[in-house]
Design a protein around this ligand. Structure first.
Ligand code: C2E
Ligand code: CA
Ligand code: CA
Ligand code: CA
Length: 410
C-alpha cells in the first residue's frame, strides 16, 4: 500500500474535495475539522493506529471534513478497490472486525458532525477540543515522568469477611494539582486513545502488585487471611472457614483498549509474561462495550477469555442491557453498581432489584460483587440476598501499594 508523508500544518484533504481513499495513521497526528458558519470546528484529533477519510470507502462522495497534519505524519493510503481485495483475502474473523470498525468510525463521524451545530454553533466543541489538547499534552508528560500510580481497594467475601482480592484504581500524582482521580482525565485519555498505553501500564503494574501481595499472604494452603477490621463483628458471628485461596486482582479495561486485535494480544502477552495464574486476573468491562457494538464485544471478550482470565461486567444496572442479553457474552462476574447499593438498605424496591440480579446471575453461573458499600445496613442487606463479595469505604478505601500491604498484614 502506498505511503504518504505530510509535514506539520500541511493539509491532507479539504472539505468538499473528491476522494476515494482512506488513510491509516502510522505515525504522527491528524486534526479533523469542519467549517460551520465561517468558523473552524475541530471534530477529532487522531493518532497512530487511527483511520480517517473512510467514508470515501463506503460511498464515493465529497470529503465531509478537512484533515490537517498536526505533527509530521506518515500515512498509509487505502482505496475502495484495495479494501475490497483485502477483505476478500482476510480470514472471517478479521473481516468481521474490519466491518465493525468501519461502522463505528462512520457512526462517530456522523454523530460529531450532527452535534457540531447543536452545541452552541460549534463553539463548545472547539473549546472542548482546546482544553482536551492541553490535557492530552499533560497526560503524555505524566506518562513519561511516571506520575501515574495505582491504588488498591480490597474485595471481601460478604459471608466471611475475608479479603479475596483487590481492584486496581488509577491515580495521577500531579506535581501541582495533587492527587487527580480518574474522572479528571480518563475521558480525554479515551478520546485521544492514550488510554491504550496507559491501560497496558496499568495491567502490568497491577499484576506486579498482585505478585507482591500473594507472596505476602502466601499462596493456596497458607495461613488464614485476616479480615478487615470493619467486618470483625460480622465475621465473629459466623463459622465460615478462612479463605486460603490465592488473591485475585481486578483491572479496569476501557472499551477503547479492545478496539484492535493487536492490543488484545498485547494485553495477553502481559498476562502470560507475568507468570500469574490467569484465573486470578479479572478484567472489568462496562455495559457500554456490549451495547455499542455487541458483535465486536463478543469477539474481543472471547479472545481475552482464551488467555484464561475472568471477565467482570462493571457498573451493572446503570446501562441498558437486560439480564437476558448477558448470556450472549462470556462473562464470569457481575459488579452491582453503587447506585443500587446506596439505596438498598432503605428502599425495598432496590432491595428487590438487587435480589433478582443476584439470583439470576447465580442461575447463569456468574459471581456477584457489590461496590460502594458504605454502611452496615447495606452490608447486611447484601449478605441477606446472597451477594458473593463486595468492596466499599465501610471496609476500606482504595489504598496505596504500601497501605494495601499493611492491610494484608493486619
Ligand atoms: P469503577 O470501576 O466503578 O470504580 C469504583 C469507584 O468507586 C472508584 O472510583 C472507587 O474509588 C469508588 N468507591 C469505592 N468504594 C466506594 C464507596 O464505598 N463509596 C463511594 N462513593 N465510592 C467508592 P475512582 O477510583 O475515582 O474511579 C472512577 C472510575 O474510573 C472507575 O469506576 C473506573 O471506571 C475508572 N477507572 C479507574 N481506574 C481505571 C483504570 O485503570 N483504567 C480505566 N480504563 N478506567 C479506570
Ligand atoms: Ca471497576
Ligand atoms: Ca464499577
Ligand atoms: Ca463507576
Amino acid at each position: 500500500l502506498p505511503r504518504k508523508r505530510f509535514a506539520a500544518g500541511q493539509e491532507i484533504f479539504a472539505q468538499g474535495d473528491e476522494g476515494d481513499n482512506a488513510y491509516f495513521i502510522e505515525q504522527g497526528s491528524v486534526e479533523i475539522s469542519t467549517e460551520r458558519a465561517g468558523r473552524k470546528v475541530v471534530i477529532a484529533r487522531l493518532g497512530s493506529g487511527d483511520l480517517f477519510g473512510e467514508l470515501a470507502l463506503i460511498n464515493r462522495q465529497a470529503r465531509t471534513a478537512t484533515a490537517t497534519a498536526l505533527r509530521d505524519v506518515e500515512l498509509v493510503s487505502i482505496n475502495a478497490a484495495q479494501l475490497q481485495r483485502a477483505l476478500r483475502e482476510a480470514n472471517p474473523l478479521l473481516r468481521k472486525l474490519l466491518q465493525v470498525n468501519l461502522g463505528r468510525f462512520q457512526w462517530t463521524q456522523q454523530f460529531m458532525l450532527q452535534n457540531a451545530d447543536s452545541l452552541n454553533g460549534g463553539q463548545s466543541l472547539e473549546h472542548q477540543a482546546r482544553a482536551d489538547l492541553a490535557l492530552e499534552k499533560e497526560i503524555s508528560r505524566a506518562m513519561a515522568q511516571r506520575e501515574f500510580e495505582l491504588h488498591y481497594q480490597p474485595i471481601i467475601t460478604l459471608e466471611g469477611g475475608w479479603t479475596v482480592g483487590f481492584e486496581a484504581l488509577l491515580r495521577w500524582r500531579h506535581p501541582t494539582r495533587g492527587l487527580v482521580y480518574p474522572d479528571g482525565f480518563i475521558g480525554v485519555a479515551e478520546r485521544t486513545g492514550q488510554i491504550v498505553d496507559i491501560g497496558q501500564w496499568v495491567l502490568k503494574e497491577a499484576l506486579d502488585a498482585l505478585k507482591s501481595f500473594q507472596l505476602l499472604v502466601g499462596n493456596a494452603g497458607a495461613g488464614p487471611r485476616p479480615p478487615l477490621t470493619a467486618l470483625a463483628e460480622v465475621r465473629d458471628s459466623l463459622t465460615s472457614e478462612p479463605r486460603r485461596d490465592a488473591l485475585f486482582m481486578s483491572v479496569n479495561i476501557s472499551g477503547r483498549q479492545l478496539f484492535e486485535l493487536q492490543e488484545i494480544d498485547r494485553l495477553g502477552d502481559t498476562i502470560k509474561a507475568s507468570g500469574i495464574d490467569p484465573a486470578l486476573i479479572k478484567l472489568e468491562v462496562t455495559e457500554s462495550l456490549l451495547v455499542d457494538d455487541p458483535a465486536h464485544a463478543r469477539v474481543a471478550l472471547q479472545l481475552l477469555r482464551e488467555y484464561g482470565v475472568r471477565i467482570a461486567l462493571d457498573d451493572f444496572g446503570t446501562g441498558y442491557s437486560s439480564l437476558s442479553y448477558l448470556h450472549e457474552f462470556p462473562l464470569d462476574a457481575l459488579k452491582i453498581d453503587q447506585t443500587f447499593v446506596a439505596t438498598m438498605g432503605r428502599d425495598p424496591k432496590s432491595y428487590r432489584i438487587v435480589r433478582a440480579i443476584v439470583g439470576l446471575a447465580r442461575d447463569m453461573g456468574m459471581e456477584t460483587i457489590a461496590e460502594g458499600i458504605e454502611r452496615n445496613t447495606q452490608l447486611s442487606a447484601l449478605r441477606e440476598v446472597g451477594c458473593d463479595s463486595g468492596q466499599g469505604y465501610l471496609m476500606s478505601r482504595p489504598a496505596s501499594f504500601r497501605e494495601a500491604r499493611r492491610l494484608l498484614q493486619m
